[in-house]
Design a protein around this ligand. Structure first.
Ligand SMILES: NC(=O)c1ccc[n+]([C@@H]2O[C@H](COP(=O)([O-])OP(=O)(O)OC[C@H]3O[C@@H](n4cnc5c(N)ncnc54)[C@H](O)[C@@H]3O)[C@@H](O)[C@H]2O)c1
Length: 394
């Protein structure tokens, strides 16, 4: 196949921008030229650019003008603004999760614990709508960077569902660890919520994706989420919490535990947990209970490698797995953590869409269902778990 060169730009120079850069360099199906980076933190952007031998831009507009695609690796509060700027110039936008959200009313005393959650749902849906409209008018597309869709275990499950005509009856899944690294995480006005949006979006989108796959393969149309019930809790902010220093505990106005019960339009269900209180490394998994099989997609940890290390210090230069507290004793080092997580497969797929027009698995419509479900879940949590219908945004 003739390889076309795609010019690309990265917005943001933090954690996500680092793994995006590495995974762009692993893409085999398209030739890519990384034009440069732009981030609001100019110093961070300059050192990111220097380390990677790329240009550092002093404005988003200048970078957008030079490229075919923009990687949106910034906090969610500015995803809409950056993606729309790219789409308006007919460029593609690879947008990190969550697609968008509600980040408060801008007032000094805005508090994520107390504001009416219907406001968050309405405003988040309005943001989604603006993004979908910008995409509709553009020659570019939104490519939603939900790596769970591309994780090899989820893609293998996709094959089982498609080839066996399976009906998924129940899914349960979780994303959890001991607390996000980002300084802005913890404030609703930057993150758009707590663990339910920040972490729950991953297993939820994995589940939403597999029900879409099932519906399309058996009946030609996706099965979509219809209603949700949810609870949220701020466990590390309880007066009774006894802090032993292993779990991040400085959140301002967000939850650190959530559970969503999703009902799909065919009556089947999914239960999604997300939290910031789990020790022992990142815990990412999705179980599928179908009418003809049962699967555990173990993204992290998994048993691809198991190591016993008697002394923590022996492994001081060994990366074991994200957010592991100790390297002593038995552990499950991930021989290629990015691969199990789906990051390189996601980039490969996106660049094949950009270069050759291949269909997008993790589309703006899937991202829209995720946002609609989660902000409906916040409304439900405010009502202590009452069922809330999910609006179709597409
Ligand atoms: N898919 C995953 O597994 C995964 C993992 C981590 C983070 N993320 C997502 O990636 C995104 C970024 O998170 P992060 O952890 O890299 O954050 P970070 O704080 O490490 O980095 C954010 C970067 O964005 C820049 N920035 C902030 N506002 C900007 C603006 N208006 N214009 C340009 N640059 C701006 C900052 O200067 C910084 O360089 C978030 O949406 C997060 O949810 C996804």
């Amino acid at each position: 196949m003739k390889r076309k060169t795609i010019r690309t730009g990265i917005v943001g120079a933090g954690f996500a921008a680092r793994f995006h850069f590495e995974c762009i360099n692993r893409v085999a199906g398209a030739a890519i030229e990384i034009e440069g980076v732009y981030a609001i933190d100019a110093e961070q952007a300059a050192s990111y650019a220097k380390e990677r031998d790329i240009r550092c831009y002093d404005s988003l507009e200048k970078l957008v003008d030079k490229v075919d695609v923009i990687h949106v690796c910034t906090p969610p509060v500015v995803h809409e603004q950056i993606a729309v700027a790219a789409l308006k110039k007919d460029k593609f936008a690879i947008v990190e999760k969550p697609l968008t959200g509600y980040f408060g009313d801008g007032s000094e005393d805005f508090n994520g614990d107390t504001f009416p959650k219907q406001q968050a749902l309405d405003q988040a849906l309005a943001s989604v709508k603006r993004m979908l409209q910008a995409e509709k008018k553009s020659k570019g597309k939104i490519l939603y960077a939900e790596n769970w869709v591309y994780a090899p275990s989820i893609q293998k499950e996709r094959q089982i569902i498609e080839k066996t005509g399976a009906q998924i009856l129940w899914m349960r899944g979780e994303e959890a660890h001991s607390g996000s690294h980002a300084a802005t995480y913890g404030f609703w006005k930057f993150s758009g919520g707590g663990s339910m949006i920040g972490k729950g979006c991953h297993p939820l989108t994995g589940a939403l994706y597999l029900k879409r796959v099932e519906g399309i393969s058996r009946n030609g149309s996706p099965i979509r989420p219809k209603a949700v019930s949810a609870r949220t809790h701020a466990l590390t902010r309880l007066k009774t919490f006894q802090d032993k220093g292993h779990i991040r505990a400085d959140y301002h106005d967000i939850e650190d535990f959530s559970v969503m019960h999703v009902v799909f339009d065919d009556g089947t269900i999914a239960d999604i947990f997300a939290s910031d209180i789990i020790l022992g490394g990142v815990h990412n998994w999705l179980e599928v209970a179908a009418n003809n099989h049962r699967t555990f997609c173990n993204i992290n940890p998994n048993t691809a490698m198991q190591t016993y290390n008697p002394v923590d210090d022996y492994f001081k230069d060994i990366y074991v797995v994200e957010k592991t507290g100790t390297k002593q004793g038995w552990s499950n080092p991930s021989p290629d953590e990015d691969w199990f997580t789906g990051y390189p497969q996601e980039m490969e797929a996106f660049y094949r869409t950009i270069a050759y027009g291949e269909p997008v698995e993790s589309s703006s419509s899937l991202a829209a269902d995720c946002i609609s479900t989660i902000y409906s879940a916040y409304v439900s949590a405010e009502k202590k778990g009452a069922e809330v219908p999910i609006k179709d945004q597409c």
